[in-house]
Design a protein. Structure first.
Length: 202
């Protein structure tokens, strides 16, 4: 088996590189992706398993399995109708609490409201702001964007499927610099050497 080091794109489907290590050869050719731990990027070619951070239904998978994507492109979109409604509710509660606090401040200037009531209304505003921030954070997790340009190696879920927090959704890889492992006929040992240039069409 010959283990091939990093190889880079030289076209849409062509890759070039050089052999870095060799051992006894046989026959056939197989391309094997390097295994990586989930949510871990391998340094030689990045492999990443995207996981859900919220419990929701997958509404759309814009890029098909095997498809290419750009950095920052949306890869998973969730149905977040409930989270968006909760955010709207929290914003309305904040608006109401803020009006009450502002009214109490004006009354305090006229010595027409107690200190405890004024402080309580201010605390309600801070509480409502925290609720808005928490719900906005959840809504921000309703889509997963690509951390780098690459391809979808595997879709682990389907559209309309409900997922749980922490569930694996996609395995993606950076196809700009990969590693290749393949088997060649033993007769190639007569001419294949470490450093031999090669080209691969995928």
């Amino acid at each position: 088996m010959a283990n091939i080091g990093t190889f880079k794109k030289s076209g849409d489907t062509n890759y070039t590189g050089e052999i870095v290590t060799m051992s006894l050869q046989k026959k056939n050719v197989t391309i094997v992706a390097e295994e990586a731990s989930e949510n871990e990027n391998a340094p030689s070619h990045r492999v990443f398993v995207a996981k859900a951070e919220i419990g929701a239904k997958v509404s759309h998978l814009p890029v098909p399995e095997g498809g290419a994507f750009k950095a920052g492109q949306s890869l998973v979109q969730f149905d977040c109708s409930l989270q968006q409604a909760q955010l709207a509710k929290a914003r309305a509660a904040l608006a109401g609490a803020d009006k009450t606090w502002q009214a109490n401040r004006r009354l305090a200037d006229l010595n027409s409201v107690g200190k405890v009531e004024l402080e309580t209304s201010e605390a309600e505003v801070l509480k409502a702001r925290a609720e808005v921030s928490a719900n906005a954070t959840l809504v921000g997790k309703c889509a997963i964007a690509a951390p780098f340009a690459g391809r979808i190696a595997e879709q682990k879920v389907r559209e309309q499927q409900y997922v749980q927090p922490g569930q694996a959704l996609l395995e993606i890889l950076d196809d700009s610099a990969l590693e290749l492992e393949f088997i060649v006929p033993s007769r190639w040992l007569a001419w294949v050497r470490t450093g031999t240039a090669f080209q691969v069409r995928i």
